[in-house]
Design a protein around this ligand. Structure first.
Ligand SMILES: [Mg+2]
Length: 129
């Protein structure tokens, strides 16, 4: 079973996302990173095993928008579905994220409900097997 990578500078937010995923019944191993830079390192070490990345926007060192842009430029990881989970929910920001990464698999505005998160990740993880 493939892994899920959760990138968010808030430990509380990561914990909440991890709990929602587990409560929803997914048994995938979950990797965590506190910013885009560590996210890139983590992805580089696990890219063949990662089925899904959930990524915050506002983070120190490397933001989510920089992360999704960087991922889109590297063929080995460009196809990995990335869902942004962020307070940046305006149409302009969503368009900016899609411009940075045309393969963006989803966009979840904070605050979100467990059902919203589950509905976004369900088809991706089921397809990944
Ligand atoms: Mg943040």
């Amino acid at each position: 079973m493939k892994k899920i990578l959760v990138i968010d500078d808030s430990g509380v937010q990561r914990k909440m996302i991890v709990q929602i995923i587990k409560k929803a019944g997914f048994e995938n191993e979950i990797l965590e990173a506190p910013d885009g830079a560590v996210g890139i390192e983590t992805l580089a070490g696990n890219f063949q095993d990662v089925a899904l990345v959930l990524c915050d926007w506002n983070m120190p060192n490397m933001s989510g928008i920089e992360f999704v842009g960087a991922v889109a430029k590297v063929p080995a990881v460009a196809e990995i579905p990335v869902i942004m989970v962020t307070t940046e929910g305006t149409d302009d920001k969503i368009a900016e994220a899609k411009a940075a990464n045309p393969n963006l698999a989803g966009y979840i505005p904070k605050p979100f409900t467990p059902d919203q998160l589950k509905a976004a990740i369900d088809p991706i993880l089921n397809a990944a097997g």
